[in-house]
Design a binder for this molecule. Structure first.
Ligand code: ZN
Length: 369
């Protein structure tokens, strides 16, 4: 190769954060068209009709709200795409959790329409990325759908996000907490980010800002979430968990923390654990592998504790430790197709296994502090 793989920054075209934004849907729709198909989670569909559809009509725009049928399958994508055609929709809007937003992204892609997303929980990086996960009718994984574009607009309504269960909010903090450390590793290894380009300086910078926002605001944000209210600290944490973490990971790249999380999918005891909760354990493992300074580890532990996240394997739901299960986790984490290869040094399966045991011992120690 004569030229190196280029660096990238990829991001949604717009990110909007504030409260009462469901009723402001016309402001975002009119940038792209005049007739919106709104794919909505069942729990919020009445509010969408009352606030968004009413506002669209008042602004002389059209809108139709349709309930999402719980899974992002090819059948559901087709059903909603055909509905968009019959309605004459020229903008897709998704309001809901990760699967709803992924479906909205997929419909927009296959039917060549712009897409606006309103996440209702801040638990993962999903809203901002150019990726959708498609499942089969039996709810098993089918494929990753890599999209040529990120969403046209991501709208974070803090009043909706603050009302979601605290556990999901904390899981989003867990996922976002690893972003900086993974981007840093990927940058130092000159690895590949989520769009298979080299990490940009901007990607690393956004990931670092994500970590700073979490450290500064996590306690205050959790007080807000426990009382289902919106405060400036909550808003900064949502900016970190939904925007900075998504863009930081996509442009900056992932490393050991997510590779370990992916490996943990083979442990049946952990199936009830949230993605971000497992990423936290993956992050502790990564810090052990890096032999990170004690001060850095303790800063991370402080955020984990303030967010009320599980830290030890027992807290994640592990009933008994079986060596063969965790050897398998280490093996999968080191798979060629995963992101362990973005660590700045070679990592063996044995080293990952030992680091996971050390991470659990460390978590047990700090839990008692
Ligand atoms: Zn993640």
């Amino acid at each position: 190769m004569t030229h190196k793989v280029p660096r990238t920054v990829t991001s949604p075209k717009k990110f909007i954060i504030g409260s009462g934004l469901l009723a402001q849907l016309p402001d975002f729709v009119k940038d792209f068209g005049d007739n919106a198909l709104i794919i909505s989670d069942v729990f919020i569909v009445d509010r969408v009709k009352k606030e968004s559809i009413a506002a669209l009509e008042k602004a002389n725009l059209k809108g139709y709200a349709e309930q999402f049928a719980f899974e992002c399958t090819d059948k559901e994508i087709k059903r909603l795409g055909e509905l968009a055609k019959t309605q004459g929709s020229n903008v897709i809007v998704g309001v809901g959790g990760g699967k709803t937003l992924d479906t909205a992204k997929a419909v927009a892609y296959y039917y060549k329409l712009p897409v606006i997303l309103y996440p209702t929980i801040a638990s993962t990086d999903a809203p901002c990325t150019a990726l959708a996960v498609v499942y089969k009718e039996d709810h098993s994984f089918d494929r990753y759908l890599y999209l040529p574009q990120n969403p046209d607009a991501v709208v974070a309504d803090t009043s909706i996000l603050a009302a979601a269960p605290a556990r999901f909010f904390a899981a989003g903090i867990g996922d976002a907490l690893a972003t900086y450390f993974e981007a840093r590793a990927c940058y130092h290894s000159d690895g590949l980010n989520l769009v298979l380009k080299r990490p940009s300086h901007t990607g690393l910078g956004l990931a670092e800002m994500c970590y700073d926002f979490l450290c500064e605001n996590v306690e205050q944000a959790m007080f807000a979430v426990h009382n289902k209210i919106s405060t400036p600290a909550l808003e900064q944490v949502i900016e970190a968990t939904i925007y900075l973490s998504g863009v930081g990971a996509e442009s900056g790249g992932l490393a050991a923390a997510h590779a370990v999380n992916n490996g943990m999918s083979v442990v049946p005891d952990l199936h009830q654990a949230q993605h971000g909760e497992k990423v936290v354990f993956g992050l502790l493992t990564q810090l052990v592998l890096e032999n990170a300074p004690k001060e850095e580890i303790e800063d991370v532990i402080d955020v984990i504790k303030a967010a009320g996240l599980p830290m030890t394997l027992a807290e994640l739901g592990l009933k008994s430790f079986k060596e063969e299960e965790w050897r398998k986790v280490a093996q999968l984490a080191c798979d060629k197709g995963d992101t362990m290869g973005n660590m700045p040094f070679e990592v063996t399966e044995n080293e990952v296994y030992d680091a996971m045991i050390a991470a659990n011992a460390m978590a047990e120690y700090y839990r008692k502090q």
